[in-house]
Each structure stands twice: as structure tokens, then as C-alpha cells.
Ligand binder design. Sequence first.
Ligand code: FAD
Length: 313
Amino acid sequence: MANVLVLVDHTGGKVRKTTAELLTIARRLGEPVAVYIGDGVQDALPALGQYGATKVIALTDPELSQYLVAPKAEALQQVAAKVEPSAILISSSAEGKEIAARLAVKLESGLITDAVDVQEGPVTTQSVFAGNYTVKAKITHGTPVITVKPNAATPEAAETSPEVEEFDVSISDAAKTARITDSKPREATGRPELTEAAIIVSGGRGTGGDFGPVEAFADSLGAAVGASRAAVDSGWYPHAYQVGQTGKTVSPQLYVAAGISGAIQHRAGMQTSKTIVAINKDEEAPIFELVDFGVVGDLHKVLPAATEDVTKR
Ligand code: FAD
């Protein structure tokens, strides 16, 4: 079976859920081979083995982490030259997409970004034009390079004991053009990462600036908190949590929109959510056109009541 490369998305050895999803997809296409860049590969092994990586190629050259994406693309090109994979899967993060683009140029391959599904072929599905069209596509030249959005697949465990192979890369001076001078993690909220969360509770202008009920309901469900642009532009919530065309695209199992009207630009970021619930005091609000469940009411009453109900269980 042909090898399928999966670039591991991790923070210091802690593997992100998106990698489990990529490994699950890779198993549909061939033998998943994980490519791990940076320190901490031993910490990552259990998670990679749990989702079926047959081998882990470890790239530990410190220069790969000291510069922005160009050396990583070069390194992946060298791994691809050795492994000759049938496809390369990368998470659709900002960094992932830049690596994928640079890699595709180096490999003279076709590139598909933001796939929401990948099946045998590989045939990808993308949601385009603010979610108004679904496109199926297949790369016709070179090794397919595909970036996949979070939540495109439900991670399925398939226990393996992958061997680790150290891989020496040679990074050109041309790739060392943007050095990282400082890096610090965002303050931890204790909540799941927005694009990875299974449940998201988002607040809009209808919160009137009080995100307390939104956060409390999110915490009762172990959910992430999101926000509409109106809430972000009003300075009520940071931009990192904005959902929509100019924010994050999310596709959780459950999306709760509280005090959000359902503008097309907001829908673009959340309409592929599996179940959508809206709380809005205006029964004519456009968000009700796409919901699975709707509550007409004041979020300041509905959310605390729902929080109490969930907490009691
Ligand atoms: P509103 O449209 O004002 O809706 C507020 C809703 O809250 C109303 O439906 C109201 O009935 C309800 N409400 C009020 N009080 C209560 C209450 N007490 N209880 C319950 N319900 C209540 N928007 C995004 O969200 N994300 C984007 O990424 C984004 N990108 C954009 C890009 C461009 C180029 C443009 C032009 C716009 C973009 N927008 C984006 C903005 C978008 O068009 C809307 O203006 C925005 O989504 C509206 O946010 P909202 O639903 O919170 O506010």
C-alpha cells in the first residue's frame, strides 16, 4: 500500500486533534506515515500510534523551529523525495496552508486547500463561495498536497506501535529568511481551541457586551466560546474568537449561536456545523433558516436556565 504523509500538528509533543483526524483520513488512502518536526517526538508517539501511524519520521534540526515556514516546506520536500508518498495531508491552519503552498510549488504538484472531506482517489470536498457551493476535486499533476480543515473526520483509533526514523534535512540559506525572534502562547482559557472544539457557544451583538452567560453555558458543556464580528468590533471579545468569513471557520458537532442574526458572513464560518442551535429574541432572525433547533427568547434568561439544567445533570 502506498504511503500517505501526514504532517503532525503539535505543541511541544502534545499532538493536536486535527492530526488524529488526518491520520484517520490517511488510512482511507494508504499507509499513514507521520512527519514530526521539532522536539518531543517520544511524547507524541502514543497519540500517533493510537490513530494508526505506521511510522514516524522525526525531523529534529533546531533550525526548522527557529525560522518561519520556508525550511519546513524544504524539509517536507526532502522527505517526499525519499518516501514517494501517494498524497501529503496537512492541517488547514495558516501555517499549514503556507507550508502546503510552498511544498506544492517545490514538488510541481497540484494543491487543494481547506478540504472538508477526503475520500479514496484522493477526491476532496471543499465548501466555497461562503459555503454556497460544494466542490469535489482531484489533483491531476504530481503528488497531491491537500490541506484539511479541522473536524473533517471523526478520529478513529487503530492502535499501532510506530517506529521512529530520524531524518536529516539540509536547509538552504534561501529558506532561512524569516527568523522567529519571540514566541509565547496565548493566555490559557482552560477551554478547547475554537477550531478543534466539538461544541462551540458563540455570542453576538445580542449579548449587549456581557459574555458571562455565553461563557458559563460553554463551560457547563466543556465547549469553546466564539463571537460574531459585531461583538468583536465592539471590543467585547478578542478577534481570535471571531467566527465567520474574516474569522475562523468551524465545524463542530454542536454550534450554539446566541444573539447572532445569521448574516451570510457569519454563516460562512459555521454552517457546516453538524447541529446548529440559535437563541434569538427575534423570531424572524435569518439564523433560524439554518438551525436544527431554535429558541425564541432573551439569551440573558435562556442561557442561565440552560446552564443550570446542564449543571444539574
Ligand atoms: P446583529 O446582526 O446586530 O444581530 C444581533 C442579533 O441579536 C439580532 O438578531 C437580535 O434579534 C438578537 N438579539 C438582540 N438582543 C438579544 C437578546 N437579549 N437575546 C437574544 N437575541 C438578541 N460577521 C461575522 O460574524 N463574522 C465574520 O467573519 C464577518 N466577516 C465579514 C466580512 C465582511 C467583508 C463584511 C462586510 C461583514 C462581515 N461580518 C462578519 C459582519 C456581518 O455582516 C454582520 O454584521 C455580523 O455578523 C452581525 O453580527 P451579529 O449577528 O452579532 O449582530
